[in-house]
Design a protein around this ligand. Structure first.
Ligand code: ATP
Ligand code: CA
Ligand code: CA
Length: 430
């Protein structure tokens, strides 16, 4: 969230890279949406298009602020995937506008990937390793088919796969995906759950220093928490998770986790209201833009928003790229996920009681980090052992078992408050 993000301005090391990423995305997305709708074919999955941007511009590409190379992978396929997730093309472009540069989360995981938020917090750009990139291309057809058949999938929603390269720089691959967490609501606790206990503990002592840290399986169990869904929501949630995990097992993927953000409705948004403002910065200007996010921020009038949205939509239709300078202030909480089961409650999935009546929490959840193939983990494991590490310190189990263990764990912690209480009483009386 905001607090963790560092705004990227022109002095920032990664400013140029982030700026180029956005410039490239906007160009490619405008370009593909300018084409007439048609069916995707097998070649579309393999297709990739290279572009060269420079200050003067060329017949194909407009002039850009910096010289860089950009590669767009499977644009037709991703256009379809975005449509399957009801992402409006002009909204997408607006969110990823380069005028307001992103905020950077740095590299929270061990993998070394960088994370960037779009300025309105809807999208995340994650740099990925070459192996992950190759793997995503390899499984793209399976992923696409799965998304088509399961619009309510809990898996990360990949909206684009691209590569950027600065002159003399190295090639950096990245994906654009959904931010599971909302811009307009405090997330009071975050968990990253794998269903394993080995090394799955965030030091509780460190929580004071870092109250928004992502906690893990053992922290969850220690707190005796549950994903409090009554029978109806639980059934839907478990069924979708099983379908998603079945795909991951078939593709020999592992090391993924269920990311869970909990918003406590009783605590609401009172805390850290000031922190709610997203750090946005308009390069070239001296002072940061007014905050655009949260109910607190200045919001444009509905009319103003509608007018600018229309203009953008028109410009997409007219087959010309949306000028970079043109932006649209979005209303907070305006969910592009409307109609999606697990995001039905204002972008989240609200707890329910045993009688299916609404509960006290809203969960924001999804299965993330699902581009790690078993063979790669095996390789890393060997490397680790070669460096003197011990096998018991890691837990690379085969994808079948990884998935089964994952499902078992998540099912086991999914129950309404009443049910959890019942089970506790039963245990006590035994
Ligand atoms: P590692 O491989 O070491 O686990 P990674 O670099 O592959 O790390 P992820 O596991 O994908 O990173 O994500 C790291 C953290 O970033 C997550 O625990 C979560 O806090 C945040 N994050 C990742 N994806 C999302 C998302 N789609 N929405 C919101 N937050 C996310
Ligand atoms: Ca991870
Ligand atoms: Ca990873």
């Amino acid at each position: 969230r905001v607090v963790v993000g560092t705004k990227i301005d022109e002095g920032h090391n990664n400013f140029v890279r982030a700026y180029n990423m956005l410039t490239g995305i906007r160009f490619c997305v405008s370009r593909i949406h300018a084409k007439m709708e048609r069916d995707v074919n097998d070649a579309d999955f393999k297709h990739a298009q290279k572009y060269s941007f420079d200050i003067t511009g060329s017949e194909l590409t407009p002039s850009a602020k910096y010289d860089f190379k950009f590669k767009d992978y499977a644009p037709w396929v991703f256009r379809r995937i975005r449509a399957a997730f009801s992402i409006d093309p002009s909204d997408y472009l607006v969110s990823l506008t380069a005028k307001y540069i992103l905020s950077e989360l740095g590299s929270p995981g061990k993998s070394g990937s960088f994370f960037y938020f779009s300025r309105d917090y809807k999208y995340i750009i994650k740099t990925i390793h070459h192996a992950e990139h190759k793997f995503l291309r390899l499984i793209l057809k399976d992923y696409y088919d799965h998304v088509k058949a399961n619009p309510d999938t809990l898996l990360s929603q990949f909206y684009g796969l691209h590569r950027v390269k600065l002159p003399y720089g190295k090639k950096v691959h990245f994906v654009v995906m959904n931010n599971l967490f909302p811009p307009h609501r405090d997330i009071h606790r975050t968990f990253d759950l794998k269903g394993s206990t080995i090394g799955r503990d965030f030091r509780e002592e460190d929580l004071e220093k870092n109250p928004r840290a992502t906690l893990k399986d053992l922290n969850w169990l220690r707190r005796n928490l549950h994903l409090e869904f009554g029978p109806t929501k639980k059934e839907a949630f478990v069924a979708q998770m099983q379908r998603d995990v079945a795909l991951l097992q078939r593709l020999k993927i592992m090391d993924y986790s269920l990311l869970v953000g909990i918003h406590d409705l009783e605590r609401g948004n009172e805390e850290n209201l000031r922190d709610k403002t997203l750090q946005v910065f308009q390069p070239g200007s001296k002072k940061p833009e007014e905050p655009q996010m949260g109910q607190l921020a200045r919001t444009p009038s509905k009319l103003e928003s509608a007018k600018r949205a229309r203009e953008l939509r028109e410009s997409v239709k007219k087959e010309r790229p949306v000028p970079l300078a043109q932006t649209l202030d979005k209303m907070p909480g305006e969910a592009h996920r409307k109609g999606f089961y697990f995001y039905q409650d204002d972008g989240g999935f609200q707890a329910t009681h045993e009688d299916d009546m609404p509960g006290e929490e809203v969960y924001y959840l999804g299965i993330i980090d699902c581009l790690t193939r078993y063979s790669l983990v095996k390789k890393l494991e060997h490397l680790w052992k070669g460096m003197g590490g011990h096998e018991s310190q890691i837990s690379p189990i085969p994808p079948e078992r990884y998935g089964d263990r994952f499902i078992k764990f998540i099912c086991g912690i999914t129950m309404s408050r009443e049910r959890a209480e019942n089970e506790r009483n039963q245990r006590m009386s035994q």
